[in-house]
Write a new protein. Sequence first.
Length: 200
Amino acid sequence: MIIKWLKAGILEDGVRNEAEEGTPQGAVISPLLANIYLHYVYDLWAKQWREKHCNGDMIVVRFADDSVAGFQNKEDGERFLADLRDRLAKFALTLHPEKTRLIEFGRYAAKNRKRRGQGRPETFDFLGFTHICGEKIGGKGFQLLRKTKRGSVRSKLGEVKKELRRRMHGSVPEQGTWLNSVLRGHYAYFAVPTNTGGKG
């Protein structure tokens, strides 16, 4: 069954193009196969790496092909990144050069950077949110701030506008029901603490 999916090809403008390698872009099977593949290539390897090489705390979060790894010690992060590049190369995979970086982040990042005369901690984007080192109200300790990724709301509004135009001849209740489901989905995902109104 998997071989059939891989050989299914891609249908564009009514023309079927054969896929020469990998999974068909946009096919429903692609995320499932990628998750299975990365479970063995990345998840299990990262677990073993933590047990064998990590000197401090380490956390790894992966969703599909997006991942964030956090380390207590900078040296662990540097070593993990180098070893991960080697690991992925064995499977003809590479890390995205613009999305892959080591940053100082977390509870002590702002204080450490201030002591060294550096600016504010860098932010990072993950799963539609920009993650920011912040402070609790009144400056009483660290708080992780999550804001909707810049451009996400504008892009989504463009999609909604296009879809509303397509539905403009439908009844008002039908349009309202559809729009209500879009808003419910948006707020169910983006309405998290510190992300006021899901604005981006």
